[in-house]
Design a protein around this ligand. Structure first.
Ligand code: GLN
Length: 308
């Protein structure tokens, strides 16, 4: 297959770019080696390819958001979730207090306010926080096709200074969007963000979305097709935060970035793609990850608005 050579060449083409910076508000991420670079592809029939630092494990961070949103939709149904979290792009940064004026709902589930809310909606209503967390780990592991584990150091490092997310959760509680202790919600959400993954895990997670919610390697049905459509739509409109329009025009597939440097894209019916490179642009998206995806779109014609 020419794919491994193509991926290795793509990595070489972006290697020299050292622009951007690692996230500094989470000390453990600021200390991470910024030079690591990796890419993985997984096709909708389960063929997997990766190059670069593909054994490097890093925290999933905001890439957990679409998957936990999907679990919430599957567990509670659309009405209950949409009642609490909207689907409109905010045009703001990921950690902005972007709430609708009258309802107080977070604008979408890809920003922190919306994802803290979606976290509380995973699993059956009234589940204890540790049972809910187990449901989330089980669910994300089913997407990844292997058991995911938390990176405790990243969790400790983030929770200690999570003042901004605590403020968001307090605001959500004040607006009756979440109905539990805000600190419990932020703690669970932060644990969710600290699950450790590799690019191969992320590519398979994205490929499961690209394959109607069925994991193409294990064969397990993870979430129903209607949930996948909703999730991919929100990724397409909101996944790259205030760079979502630029991303959609230039790359053209549903995507999600994480502040540890991961980035996924899902091309429906075809493949899941993941990159890892820790230096971020001013929107909090991986610089070399965005470059790689732009390149994949121009080389392989991935853009969803192009006639195949
Ligand atoms: N855990 C991070 C936070 O809440 C996730 C942000 C991100 O990856 N963009 O700030």
């Amino acid at each position: 297959s020419p794919i491994p050579d193509y991926l290795a060449e793509a990595l070489r083409s972006v290697e020299a770019d050292q622009s951007g910076a690692t996230a500094d508000y989470i000390p453990e991420l600021a200390n991470a080696d910024p030079d690591r670079l990796a890419v993985a592809f997984c096709t909708e029939d389960g063929r997997r390819y990766s190059q670069g630092d593909c054994d490097a494990s890093f925290s999933i961070q905001s890439i957990s958001k679409p998957f936990v949103y999907a679990l919430a939709l599957a567990d509670r149904g659309f009405d209950e979730v949409l009642d609490k979290v909207g689907v409109e792009p905010s045009g703001d940064a990921f950690n902005e207090m972007s709430l609708e004026p009258i309802t107080g709902r977070p604008l979408n589930p890809m920003i922190n306010a919306g994802s803290i809310t979606a976290h509380t909606l995973a699993g059956p209503r009234g589940a204890a926080p540790h049972d809910r967390f187990d449901r989330i780990v089980d669910g994300l592991s089913a997407f990844a096709g292997r058991r995911l584990e938390m990176d405790e150091a990243v969790f400790e490092s983030e929770i200690r200074t999570a003042y901004r997310n605590r403020a968001l959760a307090n605001m959500l509680r004040a607006n009756d969007i979440i109905d539990e202790d805000p600190l419990v919600a932020v703690t669970g959400y932060t644990r969710q963000c600290s699950l450790a993954v590799t690019v191969d895990d992320l590519a398979l997670m994205a490929a499961t979305l690209a394959n109607r919610g069925v994991n193409p390697v294990t064969g397990a049905p993870v979430v129903p097709p209607a949930v996948v459509r909703q999730t991919l739509s929100v990724m397409a409109t909101c996944g790259m935060y205030d760079a979502a329009g630029d991303w959609m025009t230039r790359v053209g597939i549903p995507a999600k970035s994480g502040v540890a440097g991961g980035l996924i894209g899902a091309l429906p019916g075809q493949a899941g793609i993941a990159t890892f490179s820790p230096r971020l642009d001013r929107h909090g998206n991986s610089v070399r990850g965005v470059e790689l995806f732009r390149r994949f779109t121009s080389d392989m014609g991935m853009h969803l608005m192009d006639v195949p």
